[in-house]
Design a protein around this ligand. Structure first.
Ligand code: UDP
Length: 241
């Protein structure tokens, strides 16, 4: 099944390259090319950028900072990543808009749901920055929230070097098995670590499918958009249960 509208979750780490911190221009350019290939399949693409390559709220909290302030710093980090992805996409001719959940008109449009949908309909890649705009949340939860708001067909969770969801950590357990498909119920009862529980619950309650796959394998984002079965698909969300 081909998807018409997808929400791509890019963790901050996906932009950091080998050093795992900061923004690596070559890595961002590579990610942009992969996204362009996905756009060329005719799919509408919205992106939620993480910020963990620059800052996480927990780092600040562990240093004794007020958690809310530390989280706002994390949200600003996601905007930096969003601008980097925008720059790399526009350099190869892909029209984009960055929409920020925290108003900063000089650098990004404010997030307005209907405007985001309009941009997508016009073939622009929409990049959501500043997470949900609220502390105590993550960009995984942002991905679930925005996917529900724009009625995305699926969340594509692009991982770096992890090709799906396993029954146990494959690095520690040689008997760990990769699931092709599982339900949200399994994820919650088996406590599988894919996204935080808030994000999983949001996906489950709103019946949003999630595809976890390895973006280190070139062409996988486009394949996922075309509905080729790669990685693990999590579905079985029920409304109102
Ligand atoms: N964050 C937040 N509210 C949100 C989204 C993100 O406070 O709605 C902050 C939080 O401090 C988080 C940081 O932004 O640690 C970076 O986001 P995240 O850790 O989800 O990034 P990723 O792990 O995907 O790179």
């Amino acid at each position: 099944m081909r998807y018409n509208r997808v929400l791509l979750k890019l963790s901050g780490e996906a932009l950091a390259g080998d050093q795992k911190m900061g923004i690596d221009a070559t890595t961002v350019a590579d990610v942009a090319h992969q996204i362009k290939d996905a756009v060329d399949t005719g799919c509408e693409i919205a992106i939620v950028c993480g910020g963990g390559n620059i800052w996480r709220g927990k780092i600040g909290a562990d240093m004794g900072m007020d958690r809310s302030s530390a989280d706002y710093m994390g949200m600003l980090a996601t905007v930096m990543n969003g601008l980097a992805v925008q720059n790399a996409l526009e350099a190869i001719g892909v029209p984009t808009r960055v929409l920020s959940a925290i108003e900063m008109r000089q650098v990004a449009e404010p997030y307005i749901r209907r405007r985001a949908v309009r941009h997508l309909e016009k073939g622009r890649v929409v990049i959501f920055g500043a997470g949900t705009g609220n502390p105590f949340f993550t960009t995984d939860t942002t991905a679930a929230l925005r996917a529900a708001e724009i009625q995305a067909d699926v969340i594509l969770m692009a991982k770096n070097g992890v090709d799906g969801v396993y029954s146990a950590d494959p690095k520690l357990d040689p008997n760990a098995q990769r699931f092709d498909s599982i339900t949200y119920h399994d994820v919650l009862t088996k406590d599988l670590k894919i996204m935080d529980q808030t994000a999983i619950t949001l996906c489950k309650d709103n019946n949003i499918d999630l595809c976890v796959f390895n973006m280190a394998e070139r062409g996988n984002i486009a394949k996922a958009c075309e509905g080729v079965v790669i990685g693990t698909t999590i579905s079985g969300g029920l409304k109102n249960d």
